[in-house]
Design a protein around this ligand. Sequence first.
Ligand code: 6GU
Length: 326
Amino acid sequence: HAPESVPPFAEALATLEQLLPAKLRTPRVGIVCGSGLSTLAKSLRDVVEVPYDKLAGFGKSTVQGHKSALAFGLIGEVPVVAMLGRFHPYEGHPMRTVAYPIRLLAKLGVKELLITNAVGALNPAYDVGSIVLIADHLALPNLAGPLNALFGPPLSADTPRFVPLSDAYSRRVRAQVLHAAYELAKEGVFGADAKLNALAPTPTLPLPEGTYAYVAGPTYETPAEGRFLRAAGADVVGMSTVPEVLAAREAGVALAVLSLVTNKVVVGEKEEGWVAGEVVDEIVGREGTRRVQETVSHEEVLEVGRQRAEVMRQLVERVVIRLGAA
Ligand code: 6GU
């Protein structure tokens, strides 16, 4: 394929080599900060931020609530790199651009990737503000061609062609996440109930494991689509992450995904969407209850992100320290 389609990794790597002190040049863990979660960077010591516009091959991030920089620093003694802001296919970025930063992180030597995101809950047991550890995904766009991030010619001769995804969400990294969450729950970080559950003789862990449904967006789901995804086995739904998961797995990077529930997806029963009952009430002059059509807003998503960012920050920090010690 045409050489201009090969992203300028060498150029971006040279820029980073120039800007970073030696101790930050080989990050062990990568962190992707989702909507409203860029404050995760507060965990980093000796930070050097590199704006995306200084790095060859990066697109321009356009979503409100996302910063646009790589933050290099230390958590404990572990060198890490955090993506403050990510690229979404719905912004119009080609999949190559969405995958590019993850491939660059892999070339820098990142061994584990912790991806955070904001999701809507399909599973009625999930409360707004809770964090879900993703165990698997359901990606309808991936099953049908060009929206699969690995569709097209391989990056180079040593890029694997057929990437298995049955092990996409690393059991090793996920176990570290749950151990970290358990420690924090005992310290009260997840609230009083979670603390009691953690201290029980057989503890209940504070994070449920769930399946992430990836949709292309930028529209939120209709109620019928929400019911469809829920019936198909998904627990949460979002518009990011899966392209990055594919790029990371292609590069052999182990990963875990932490999803912050920012809202419950409006699902309801099919009949709740019907307006006929109210019209009949009006026709016969009967008092009735008029339903309001609920919607989700991006502001709501960002606000919950801000409220729960501190818990997510402590969790990510604790996971990194555990990964560094393991
Ligand atoms: Cl309800 N849907 C999708 N697709 N993404 C979301 C969301 C809902 N809430 C946060 N992100």
